[in-house]
Design a protein. Structure first.
Length: 128
């Protein structure tokens, strides 16, 4: 099986030793996205909801670079530094996904890179 690196200039550049996504066959593994503005590489302002929106925008751009969309995501993992924001996360996520929604895990974590409030990674499957 061959692996292909996926990259979008519309999403933040990797800030470590990883790729934005890797395609293996029809499956694309998206690295975690934090709410960085891809132009400034700074966290977006506006609190948790604004950060959650930016995370989904970043994921969307990587999905599109892979030839898919958010609707092709089959599994999403969300990491929140404060689980009291879980309801807001659900509301924001609902604005980006259509049914059937992807399988999902949501975890409370002590901290995230750059003091982000939320991060998400995903797996998408492209049509053959």
């Amino acid at each position: 099986m061959t692996k292909k690196t996926i990259h979008s200039d519309l999403a933040p550049a990797a800030i470590g030793a990883y790729s934005q996504a890797i395609r293996a066959g029809d499956t694309v593994y998206l690295s975690g996205q934090i709410p960085l503005d891809p132009e400034t590489m700074q966290l977006v302002d506006g609190g948790f909801a604004a950060q959650a929106h930016q995370v989904f925008k970043n994921l969307q751009h990587v999905c599109e670079a892979a030839g898919g969309s958010l609707d092709d995501i089959v599994k999403l993992n969300a990491y929140l530094t404060d689980l009291s924001n879980f309801g807001i996360f659900n509301e924001v996520m609902g604005q980006y996904f259509n049914q059937p929604f992807p399988a999902r895990a949501a975890l409370g974590v002590a901290s995230l890179p750059r003091a982000a409030l939320v991060e998400a990674d995903a797996v998408l499957v492209l049509a053959s």
